[in-house]
Ligand binder design. Structure first.
Ligand code: FES
Length: 109
């Protein structure tokens, strides 16, 4: 189980093998996930401020390779299952997006 410190928010835990986006959302943080966790929209992206976020899976690697403007510490929280403690910053939130909903809830893996 990893401990995740969410900058400006709270510290949560995320069970091994669980998608980070779900851990963040279940902690009451209104992170966007507009494509439902399918590595298409990138609205679930976070910045990793501290810690080892682990290797990207193929879907995350392929999607982020399409973006030229993203910092190297940006990751897709729908594709991550953190195994080590991290400090992260949530980039896109429903409350500041002007959207009516965060998107379909990603399935549990
Ligand atoms: S890329 Fe769409 S929810 Fe993660």
């Amino acid at each position: 189980m990893a401990t995740i410190r969410i900058e400006g928010e709270k510290t949560i835990t995320c069970a091994d093998g669980r998608r980070l986006v779900l851990c963040i959302e279940d902690a009451g943080i209104d992170i966007l996930h507009r494509c439902g966790g399918n590595a298409r929209c990138t609205t679930c992206r976070i910045e990793v401020l501290e810690g080892d976020a682990g290797e990207m899976n193929e879907a995350e690697r392929a999607r982020l390779a399409l973006e030229e403007q993203l910092a190297p510490n940006v990751r897709l929280s729908c594709q991550m299952t953190p195994a080590r403690d991290l400090t992260v910053r949530v980039i896109n939130r429903l409350s500041t997006s002007g959207l009516s909903d965060a998107g379909p809830r990603p399935e549990e893996w």
